[in-house]
Design a binder for this molecule. Structure first.
Ligand SMILES: [Zn+2]
Length: 463
């Protein structure tokens, strides 16, 4: 009887394995710097601040069948940087912080985009930061330095990436080329360079590079600072899906979407800007879910992160949180810095003028009650760091006015949110999975396991 039961159990396993659907359409979302508290914090923030949102502000991916977490250390540190983590997520190999698409001995390692291309799949790589920044580059480049932008871009040109979109192309002046020269190189490599979302989606039988004609900065606008007509990661995801769905034919596609801006906001310790980036990521995942609804047996969606940034703490004091107080922040810390600089350029700024700005952009005094010590800190920062001299808070990607950083920091604390770092932390990162081959992800414990599971789901192997 026991043997019979064992046989039946084995048979069930075989049947279950053989009936598992192969993933033909794969969406791989990477939130740069996305920690578990950024995700849960966004849902709490939405529930209080965006009461009009469907499902009480729940994100599109937090109810996926797999809601797990993975380790993400690099081979050189328990705290990874983006390039070592992206290499792990693309190639399943641990490497040294700063290395890109090579192992710790600097040997090139194959990534899932390259293998997918060899198998006839279409491949898309989109990001709201520069297209040759760390995370996207792990899907087409191999170099011992993530900062070798020219080499990374040249490897993109020589790659099989069918659809690429980004906010800009990073380059160094010492390399002697201008932005237009890099675009011309892409044209010369047979890539259609487009500066229009619809046009990008309509290109046929040709590789596409979608970037602005003249980038205003290295990244797109922060989600919360976007004006009418500004591109977002949601727009890029939509364009990519239209192109890939049409071009993919029988072999399917792999689309990597990086919400890269999130990391910038978290490096600044700007909670509202971070939450709005997470909302943009959630909307991009919703587009993948719409696609999933058309091809549920063949679509696989993965949402994960490279590392956590900022060490965001929800409820740092007094057993309290008060997300409602964040409702009055109208722009990111970075844009608030720009507004302060504009005031400075116009001439002498009074405390009353500064108060007006903080009232308008952060809701201070009118909607957010400040404690005496907050007022004192603001006034002191104003006198010492804005009037007497100009002081900045420098994070990895931004130079913020100290006044802006201090004011947003006070607002965060009034919501009982605090941050422990201006950099990455060693926290484990979230993993959400839904769709064809989902069962292969139950055994993912480390970030290197994810591309291996994707490969298995798609029917190829990543060594
Ligand atoms: Zn990162």
């Amino acid at each position: 009887m026991k043997r019979l039961l064992t046989f039946v159990a084995l048979l069930l396993v075989v049947v279950a394995t053989s009936t598992a659907q192969q993933a033909k359409y794969i969406f791989y979302f990477i939130g740069d710097g996305l920690g578990i508290n950024h995700i849960y914090g966004t849902e709490l923030y939405n529930a209080e601040v965006h009461k009009e949102m469907e499902n009480g502000g729940k994100l599109s991916f937090t109810r996926f069948p797999i809601r797990s977490y993975v380790t993400n250390h690099s081979s050189s540190s328990l705290v990874t940087d983006s390039s070592a983590a992206a290499t792990a997520l693309a190639s399943g190999v641990k490497t040294v912080n700063g290395y890109m698409g090579v192992d710790a001995d600097k040997n090139s390692v194959k990534n899932i985009a390259e293998i997918a291309s060899e198998r006839g799949m279409q491949v898309g790589v989109v990001t709201n930061v520069a297209m040759n920044h760390a995370t996207p580059s792990a899907f087409f480049a191999h170099h011992e330095s993530r900062g070798a932008y020219k080499a990374l871009y040249e490897q993109y040109l020589a790659s099989d990436i069918d659809f690429a979109a980004g906010a800009s192309i990073l380059y160094r002046r010492k390399d002697g080329l201008k932005y237009e020269d890099y675009l011309a190189q892409a044209e010369a490599a047979g890539i259609e360079v487009v500066h229009d979302l619809d046009a990008a989606a309509k290109v046929r039988k040709k590789r596409v590079l979608l970037v602005p004609e003249k980038p205003k900065s290295k990244t797109l606008e922060y989600a919360m600072d976007c004006k009418e007509g500004d591109w977002t990661i949601v727009d890029f995801t939509e364009s990519a899906i239209k192109y890939l769905e049409r071009e993919a034919k029988k072999d399917g596609f792999l689309l990597m979407v990086e919400a890269g801006h999130l990391d910038y906001c978290a490096h600044d310790n700007d909670a509202v800007a971070t939450f709005e980036e997470v909302n943009d990521l959630s909307e991009s995942v919703s587009m993948a879910l719409e696609f999933y609804n058309k091809y549920p047996d063949q679509t696989l969606i993965i949402v994960t992160a490279d590392h956590e940034t900022g060490g965001m703490c929800l409820g740092y004091k007094n057993y309290k949180m008060n997300m409602e107080r964040l409702a009055w922040q109208r722009c990111s810390m970075l844009e608030l810095t720009d507004k302060m600089r504009a005031m400075r350029e116009k001439g002498e700024v009074t405390w009353e003028q500064m108060q007006d700005l903080l009232r308008r952009e952060l809701g201070f005094w009118d909607h957010v009650r400040l404690r005496d010590k907050d007022e004192k800190q603001l006034r002191k920062t104003f006198e010492q760091s804005f009037v007497a001299k100009q002081e900045e808070v420098v994070s990895l990607y931004s130079h913020n006015e100290k006044m802006s950083s201090t004011a947003v920091g006070i607002l965060n604390k009034r919501a009982y949110i605090d941050w422990i770092s201006l950099n990455h932390t060693g926290m484990q990162v979230p993993l959400f999975v839904k769709g064809a081959g989902v069962e292969l992800f139950y055994d993912c414990y480390d970030n290197t396991d994810i591309p291996k599971a994707i490969s298995k789901a798609a029917g190829f192997s990543l060594k």
